[in-house]
Design a protein around this ligand. Structure first.
Ligand code: BG6
Length: 308
């Protein structure tokens, strides 16, 4: 049975920093620190909102977002774990092997909270085993640690608690909110080898900053540095930096795929771009029994300075 909001508040509430409420039909944690706020769903340990001080919302969220439906909510920062994309072996995408792993629509447990030095922190955990996930022959603990200050940091740690090696692919699938996709430029991925998930063509490299003018679904390999999304309509740069990740995914479903997905809203694709800190494509992680891996992403925003 899930703990009540009162029980969560009594155990993990931190005055002025961490509180619990119901939003989008399910339990969420509300974080506050230094004028910034964030909303985190206990379903999927998914950050749904990040509002830095004196800024607009940084994360795009589906206009039909609803928790507790058994389906992953589109938007915010879904946690794709313990595999990214279709299941590495079974690609039938049946009920037990959904795309992007099995934790997005599941309830996570709150295991920690803190308020100090102008930061609010929340920790959630998911204990995965063949009991919680039939057909998955491993035992592993996934932990999401969210730290809100002026910036937002999300850390996804995995501990292999089984007796065999665990092959992991994963992503912090960040949906950034942008003013207008046609007025966006993405820097930080030039000359990286690209796996284009929309084309069987061999890996290639791009020599210019990226503009998005159609559906895009690419895994940039050997990309450890920060990605800067310049949103000219929104008047800001959004910086996505990361650790523990050598691959970055860019995704926008554009018109036709949005229609198929059904939860993008009429023109939602125009106002979002996913920049995902990942271990995907050739960038896989193998954990021996007892080993841990930590993937982090940090989001920060600066205004575009207009000179002259
Ligand atoms: C991206 C993948 O990370 O997520 C895409 O690269 C996928 O291939 C997209 O379509 C959305 O996935 P989902 O399961 O949330 O619809």
């Amino acid at each position: 049975m899930s703990p009540s909001l009162d029980a969560l508040e009594a155990r993990w509430g931190r005055t002025g920093a961490v509180t619990f409420a119901e939003r989008y039909g399910g339990p969420v944690a509300l974080l506050q620190a230094g004028g910034a706020t964030a909303v985190v769903a206990l379903q999927g340990a998914q950050v749904l909102s990040y509002l830095p001080p004196n800024q607009r919302e940084v994360l795009w969220l589906s206009p039909v977002a609803k928790l507790g439906t058994g389906k992953a909510v589109r938007g915010g920062v879904p946690v794709c774990w313990p595999w990214f994309g279709p299941h590495p072996i079974d690609q039938t995408m049946d009920q037990t092997k959904p795309a992007h792993g099995f934790v997005r629509a599941r309830p996570w447990s709150v295991t920690g909270s803190a308020a100090k030095l102008g930061r609010a922190r929340l920790v959630l955990a998911y204990d995965a085993s063949p009991k919680s996930q039939p057909d998955w022959p491993h035992r592993a603990l996934a932990e999401i640690e969210i730290t809100l200050a002026e910036t937002l940091t999300i850390a996804l740690s995995t501990e292999n608690r089984g007796e065999n090696d665990l092959l992991l692919t994963q992503a912090l699938h960040t949906y950034l909110a942008v003013g207008e996709i046609g007025a966006v430029t993405v820097n930080g991925l030039v000359d990286r080898p690209v796996i284009d998930q929309l084309s069987p063509a061999p890996m290639r490299r791009e020599h210019e900053p990226i503009s998005v003018k159609a559906e895009i679904d690419r895994i940039y390999q050997d990309s450890e540095g920060p990605v800067i999304v310049t949103d000219r309509k929104g008047g800001r740069h959004i910086r996505v930096s990361k650790t523990g990740s050598r691959s970055t995914v860019l995704w926008n479903p554009w018109v036709e795929k949005s229609a198929r997905l059904g939860d993008m809203g009429g023109d939602g694709y125009r106002h979002m771009l996913c920049v995902e800190a990942a271990n995907a494509g050739n960038d896989t992680v193998t954990l021996a029994p007892g080993e841990r891996h930590r993937l982090t992403t940090e989001l920060s925003v600066t205004k575009i300075c207009v000179s002259g």
